[in-house]
Structure formats: C-alpha cells, structure tokens
Write a protein that binds this ligand. Structure first.
Ligand code: FMN
Length: 175
C-alpha cells in the first residue's frame, strides 16, 4: 500500500465522522461532535456510560461546574438549523431553546432538560471528568440513567459531522 506522510491535523481529519448530538446542561444547549460511548452496560457491574468533550471556554463548561448531569439528544435532519444555532450561539448571550425554537422537557432522573423535538434522549449523570493539561476538550463521562426513543426512529436518520461537513451514515455492508 503506497502512502505519503500527512500532517497530524490531516490524520485527525481522516476520521469518517462523529455523531452530532445536542447536549443539554440545565437549560442550555450545545452542539457536540466529541461524543462516544464509554461502557456498554451489558452487565450490572458495567453501568452504561457515554462521554462528551466540552471546550473549557464554552458556557456549557461553566454550567457543568455547578451541575453533575446532562442530557444527550440525537437530532435528525429537520433540526439542522437548530444544530447550527446551538453550535454557534452561546448561552452566555442567548436562550438557545428560544433561539432554535426547541421545547424543553423535564427529565425523570436529572436536573437538565431534554429536547422534545429530538427522537432520542439520554439522561446522564456525570461520574468522572477527564481534564488533561493542554487538551482542547475536557471529557465528561456520564452514566446513562434513563433513555427514550421515538417509535419511528432509525439510526440511519442520525447525522455525522467531520470536518465542516454534515452526512448520513452509509449503507449496511454486513450483518
Ligand atoms: C457541528 C458542530 C460540532 C461541535 N462540537 C463541539 C464539541 O464537541 N465540543 C465543544 O465544546 N464545542 C463544539 N462545538 C462548538 C459549540 O457548539 C459552540 O461553541 C457553542 O456556541 C457553545 O455554546 P455554549 O457557549 O452555550 O456552551 C461544535 C459546533 C458545531 C457546529
């Protein structure tokens, strides 16, 4: 396989994409691509965990100093404008539920709101924070304590992002 050396930045950009989620902390929403599952939760001793990476200059980061929970809300294409608004405007200046025309829904087990218009909502309690000297993002690992999904939702409706490009996932190639 012939390869040429690329810059490290190009190496990071070679990932196919990361899921776009709307993360809600208290009553603020932030668009996040730095999201991953952390633990499957397939056994009682392995609780289901996910993590989100938040840049410390964000208002969301300030809120996470006072709040130990967040919700992860998976948007679909109808919410593309809301994704852009929540990913460019700051809670320091605007109420993003109003700016993006989204509806806050009270969660069952956490204090942060859920987003009614998103077909999937995960309620998460922060169990660990990873703050590395020099890292661009601080990672908040959350245990999922409740989850909701609209009947008609299918994973293929979720949106991927990377870099500066929104996509759907491709076809299933093997089951
Ligand atoms: C597609 C997309 C993905 C983003 N991913 C992240 C992310 O993973 N982490 C982060 O801290 N900011 C991310 N941002 C930027 C924040 O969403 C943006 O700075 C937002 O205005 C911060 O809001 P806040 O100040 O209310 O917290 C992303 C923005 C976009 C448009």
């Amino acid at each position: 396989m012939t390869k040429k050396e690329i810059t490290i930045q190009q190496g990071i950009m070679a990932f196919p994409g990361f899921p776009i989620v709307l993360v809600c902390v208290k009553d603020n929403i932030i668009t996040v691509a730095a999201v991953s599952f952390f633990s499957f939760g397939d056994r009682q001793e392995n609780p289901p965990m996910v993590m989100v990476g938040i840049v410390p200059t964000r208002y969301t980061y300030e809120l996470l100093k006072e709040t130990d929970d967040y919700s992860i809300n998976i948007p679909t294409i109808e919410l593309l404008e809301a994704i852009k608004i929540c990913g460019s405007k700051s809670g320091w200046e605007v109420n993003k539920f109003e700016a993006a025309n989204l509806t806050p829904k009270t969660a069952k087990k956490i204090s942060s709101y859920l987003i009614e218009e998103c077909p999937v909502n995960l309620e998460c309690k922060v169990v660990h924070k990873v703050e590395l000297q020099g890292s661009s993002h601080t990672w908040f690992i959350g245990e999922i304590v409740a989850a909701y999904q609209q009947d008609s939702y299918d994973r293929s409706q979720a949106i991927l992002y990377w870099p500066r490009e929104y996509r759907f996932i491709g076809e299933v190639i093997k089951k």
